[in-house]
Design a protein around this ligand. Structure first.
Ligand SMILES: [Mn+2]
Length: 296
């Protein structure tokens, strides 16, 4: 808890009402942004080396919405209790979220299990960010979606606790390796590649765990009379229909770098940001090549 109190961003949050008191280390990118009705992101794990902060900053500078849901595990309080890690880029993300709220985006923050210390502030609002335990979102086409982090189902999923407790040693090692692999790839000019995502899909148990989690969540949502459910927690983005209930998972910014969005007509989509960044880089490269050919 002490570590959390020292957080500059949280200290700022407590003081501020409508001002954003610190400057980002990476200035906001100017220019037109893609607009959506709603954006959901979760499992950012700020305060850990695994967090792909650069990718998320790029996303936040490229996309805007009327409403944004932060669906838990935004800050990793568990990890920070063990070791203090808070680079400037992580502040830049907090800055961008506060700036959005100030510009009029409705921001709903639903803490997860890694940032459960914020659950005690349920019902309160900091810098225009509403803290909620869960929410009901109504889509443009009139469907009601239950929005929650997803760790609520861990007790039901007890048999598979090894993956529910994402802070375990194997996972942490894999995450570290992922950072190293991608640092090397980036130096070689290769695009981002998720090692753990690749490994996870190879493991039969993990695949079984994921599909069972999805079924449990969809079933629970169905009993609460909603048309669908949006969650995070298992770091696996998905759009699926299960027993008449729409299951949406917005993924994460540790491995997959994904967000869930609602278009203005109520259509839902998962954005794979690493792919978008890669496509953009390729387009820029072919443009430069074209110009070079013209010049030659
Ligand atoms: Mn979680």
């Amino acid at each position: 808890m002490n570590a959390i109190v020292r957080l500059p961003a949280v200290a700022a949050l407590a003081e501020l009402s409508d001002a954003v008191p610190f400057d980002p280390s990476i200035p906001e990118r100017e220019g037109q942004r893609r607009r959506y009705r709603t954006v959901w992101i979760s499992d950012v794990h700020l305060g850990t080396r695994g967090c792909n902060a650069g990718m998320l900053i790029d996303f936040l500078d490229s996309v805007d919405s009327e409403t944004m849901y932060l669906v838990g595990d935004i800050i990793d309080g568990w990890r920070m209790k063990k070791r203090w890690y808070w680079p400037a880029q992580h502040n830049d993300i907090v800055w961008r979220v506060l700036k959005r709220a100030k510009r009029g985006t409705r921001i709903v923050y639903i803490p997860g299990n890694h940032d459960e210390m914020f659950r005690q502030f349920t019902g309160m609002s900091f810098g225009g960010v509403e803290i909620r335990r869960k929410a009901i979102h109504e889509t443009a086409d009139g469907r009601k979606l239950l929005v929650l982090h997803g760790d609520e189902f861990d007790t039901i999923m007890l048999a598979h606790r090894w993956l529910a407790h994402i802070g375990d040693f194997a996972y942490e090692t894999l995450m570290r390796l992922n950072v190293v692999v991608n640092a090397v790839r980036s130096r070689l000019g290769l695009p981002y590649w998720s090692l753990s995502k690749h490994a996870k899909h190879k493991v039969k148990n993990a695949v079984e765990f994921i599909s069972r989690f999805e079924e449990v969540v969809a079933h629970e949502a169905g009993t609460r009379g909603v048309d669908g459910v949006v969650c995070g927690h298992i770091h696996t983005a998905e759009i699926r229909e299960i027993g008449g209930v729409a299951y949406y998972n917005d993924g994460d910014w540790v491995e997959g770098c994904t967000a869930l969005v609602e278009h203005f007509d109520g259509r839902m989509e998962v954005l794979h940001w690493a792919d978008e960044v890669r496509t953009r880089a390729e387009e820029a490269r072919s443009q430069t090549d074209g110009r070079r050919r013209l010049a030659a």
